[in-house]
Design a protein around this ligand. Structure first.
Ligand SMILES: C[S@@+](CC[C@H](N)C(=O)[O-])C[C@H]1O[C@@H](n2cnc3c(N)ncnc32)[C@H](O)[C@@H]1O
Length: 234
């Protein structure tokens, strides 16, 4: 990997906010009202907290949720500073149209983490964060009307290979109900490369009863990353 890309060892725990989710998945808010929503690889995101606050039935799953909750918040806070440092060295490569500046990007993450942390400490909030790890999620078939996965699949394609992605996408489809949707963003890796065997993966999704489309995202930021994947479950 060239030195001039975002370097990352392991999978980071980041904390994007509700508006970033709506934009990356080009998601009309009314879709959240259709039934249960699952945020896979939720990390320190405030998406679930904000969705519940708005009256939607959302939960999040992440392997890190097996640990003590104070550790999740500490890790996410440390990641904000680490990523800000890395982005400061690469700022000319990224598209700042949405965030405005590196400092506003950082402030947004801090705000999102605060809401995530507040939700965790609320009476009903903690029960909405469940330990779960792709490619096998602890949910029954057809449990959700909308399944989201932000900044895990495809982003870490250099660490997780094709078979992992195939099994994981089929797992997201399994837990989604007929008539529902799976949405995944980004489709580029941290090395800013498109997923190499995307055509093969799309054919597998279709063979398993999904209708996949690669559609324009509304979250300009990662170099070259302008689409998300939507899979309609038939
Ligand atoms: C970059 S963060 C994304 C967090 C959040 N979705 C966001 O967009 O800010 C990636 C998350 O993937 C989680 N993760 C790592 N391995 C995973 C797996 N096998 N299945 C599901 N999530 C995983 C990590 O714990 C981490 O919280």
């Amino acid at each position: 990997m060239s030195k001039d890309v975002y370097q990352q060892v392991g999978v980071a725990m980041t904390c994007r906010g509700f508006d970033e989710y709506l934009r990356m998945f080009d998601l009309p808010e009314r879709e959240l009202a259709q039934g249960k929503v699952l945020d896979v690889a939720g990390g320190g995101s405030s998406f679930t907290a904000d969705a519940v606050d708005r009256g939607y039935d959302a939960i999040a799953a992440d392997p890190r949720y097996v640990r003590d909750t104070s550790q999740w918040v500490e890790e996410a806070a440390a990641e904000i500073e680490a990523s800000t440092m890395k982005l400061s060295k690469l700022r000319d490569y990224f598209d700042w149209t949405y965030y405005g500046s590196l400092e506003r990007h950082r402030e947004g993450r801090i705000e999102s983490l605060k809401r995530f942390s507040g939700h965790l400490q609320s009476a009903e909030g903690r029960s909405r964060y469940l330990a779960g790890s792709l490619p096998e999620l602890p949910f029954r078939d057809h449990s959700f009307s909308l399944v989201l996965c932000s900044h895990f699949l495809f982003l870490y394609a250099e660490q997780f290979g094709f078979e992992f992605h195939k099994q994981s996408i089929l797992e997201l489809m399994r837990v989604c109900m007929p008539g529902g949707e799976v949405r995944v963003y980004p489709l580029h890796s941290l090395g800013w490369k498109p997923f190499e065997r995307m055509d093969e993966l799309l054919a597998i999704i279709t063979a398993h009863g999904g209708e996949p489309e690669l559609l324009p995202s509304r979250l300009p930021f990662i170099p070259g990353s302008s689409s998300y994947m939507r899979i309609a479950i038939c």
